[in-house]
Design a protein around this ligand. Structure first.
Ligand code: NBP
Length: 475
């Protein structure tokens, strides 16, 4: 047994993670269900480090030091369960199985329990950054038994991205916490991307700008508050000339967004927790709408819209501000969701650390995350990021532009679900008294669901269908 750790599953993510580990001088065993992939891997990268290639799981396990540390990087879902059950009889008490794929957190909770029943330690870790991140330094969100994390901490922190000397890897919490945080990360990524798409849509259809001009705008935006990986690559994608047509590549890409489901998981979980997560959820719905391409084509010549007009003065900068304010809201909602999940599951999540490990390696890496980290450093029990002076002021400064953009979009018939729902959330959140008093009145009328009063303790019901008198129902 000469390898300190092993990776099974050598598709792009597993292969790159294994190479990243090996490049740090860590002896590592590699395995893949289909052996040809292992052979190809060794031929291509075998010289990069101290690899032991294993054809069978038995040889793979035999190559590992104890306690064995095994990273499973196979397709999420059933394959992960298959690999765990194949490994289990080959392992000893205290060995560690680490699922580094995009597993759904309830599966991670279940697998943690199943492994524990077999004397094994299980970790579910979120790895973000795509294939390049896996090779050069991802953001890593490890969840699971702290004693297991202690056994792999050195390796994981050594392969993670580093920002200002701090590795983008911190123990998130027990059980499914790591995969949960990765899920919310992906959800926020959906919202960020949707907001960018709405800005692009407005600049195109209200601003009358072409893709190269919008590319330049995003390039400029990337030197301000919006500075982030996604804004940077938006400039690149919009600036790309198509080899075939000689025009912008984006103009010939089909406008149907695909998805792998992590945005939906985030939205469904928020609904279950009762957390208003409008930005991410609208982003998932917008992808769903985009997929209805044939229906949209038919509707485009059937359903009426407004007569297009000119964009107002200052439109470009207004859109920048609307994008920023909506982004603040989307992150505020995502962090509120993690806080609610942390309380519900007893995870004790350190939200400032989550912002810290997302600053590098991952798709949503951004300057902005430093502000979130600072906010939680000062106020660890913060209910909502919007209440921190930096964000309160940022949104206050942007709100006039934000409102103008939503009004313009509405008047000109451009759909901006994420901009508009973020603004509605903001306006709803800042109201001391909203209209739910009427909702409670209606619920009491048709279902005797009772209501609370602003001026008295207790629960009340009005006998709507009888004499109209009010009764106290809680004793
Ligand atoms: P895939 O998700 O495409 O999975 C391919 C790997 O799974 C191959 O090694 C394949 O082995 C193995 N596999 C399958 Br499929 N079924 C198996 C089974 N029943 N038993 C054993 N092995 C099985 O690979 P990936 O794109 O590298 O992603 C790996 C994980 O990382 C996923 O959970 C993914 O969601 C996550 N992730 C991906 C990215 C990304 O950018 N791609 C980013 C972040 C996270 P074979 O060669 O024998 O078919």
């Amino acid at each position: 047994a000469t390898s300190r750790i092993g990776v099974t599953g050598l598709a792009v993510m597993g292969a790159n993670l294994a190479r990243n580990i090996a490049r740090r001088g860590v002896p590592i065993a590699v395995h893949n269900r289909t052996t040809a992939k292992t052979t190809d891997f060794m031929e291509a990268y075998g010289e990069e480090g101290a690899f032991t290639a294993a054809e069978s799981l038995e040889d793979f396990v035999a190559a590992l030091e104890k306690p064995r540390r095994i990273i499973v990087m196979v397709k999420a879902g059933k394959p992960v369960d298959g690999v765990i059950s194949d490994l289990t009889p080959l392992l000893d008490e205290g060995d560690i199985i680490i699922d580094a794929g995009n597993s759904h957190f309830p599966d991670t909770v279940r697998r943690t329990e199943e492994c524990a029943a077999n004397g094994l330690r299980f970790m579910g870790i979120g790895v973000s950054g795509g294939e390049e991140g896996a090779l050069l330094g991802p953001s890593i969100m490890p969840g699971g038994d702290p004693s297991a994390y202690a056994e792999v901490e050195e390796i994981l922190t050594s392969i993670a991205a580093v920002v200002d000397g701090t590795p983008c890897c911190v123990h998130v919490g027990p059980g499914g916490a790591g995969h949960y945080v990765k899920m919310v990360h992906n959800g926020i990524e959906y919202a960020d991307i949707q907001l960018i798409a709405e800005a692009y849509d407005l600049l195109t259809h209200v601003g009358g700008l072409d893709a190269p001009a919008i590319s330049k705008i995003f390039e400029e935006w990337n030197s301000g508050d919006l500075e982030s990986f996604l804004i940077e690559i938006t400039a690149k994608v919009l600036g790309k000339t198509d080899e075939k047509t000689g025009g912008p590549l984006v103009d010939v890409i089909v406008d149907q967004a695909e998805q792998k489901g992590t945005g939906t998981w985030t939205a469904v979980d928020a609904l279950g927790l009762g957390v208003p997560l409008t930005g991410i959820t609208e982003a998932v719905f917008a992808r769903g709408l985009s997929a209805l391409r044939d229906e949209r084509r038919a509707a485009s010549t059937t359903l009426a819209g407004p007569t297009p007009g000119d964009g107002p003065d200052g439109l470009v900068d207004d859109i920048r501000q609307a994008l920023y304010a909506s982004k603040v809201v989307a992150y505020a909602q995502g962090f509120a969701q993690m806080r609610a999940a942390s309380i519900a599951n007893d995870w004790d999540l350190d939200l400032g650390s989550m912002a810290t490990i997302w600053r590098g390696g991952c798709i949503i890496r951004a300057q902005f995350l430093n502000r979130i980290r600072d906010a939680y450093a000062e106020h660890p029990d913060l209910d909502n990021l919007l209440m921190v002076p930096y964000f309160t002021d940022a949104v206050a400064d942007a709100q006039d532009a934000w409102r103008r953009v939503v009004v313009t979009a509405t008047q000109q018939g451009v759909a901006v679900p994420a901009f508009a729902s973020s603004l509605s959330y903001y306006d709803g959140y800042r109201r001391e008294r909203g209209p739910a008093n009427l909702i409670q009145g209606l619920r009491d009328f048709f279902g005797a669901h009772t209501y609370l009063r602003t001026d008295a303790e207790g629960k009340f019901h009005t006998r709507w269908g009888q004499d109209g008198s009010e009764v106290r129902t809680d004793g």
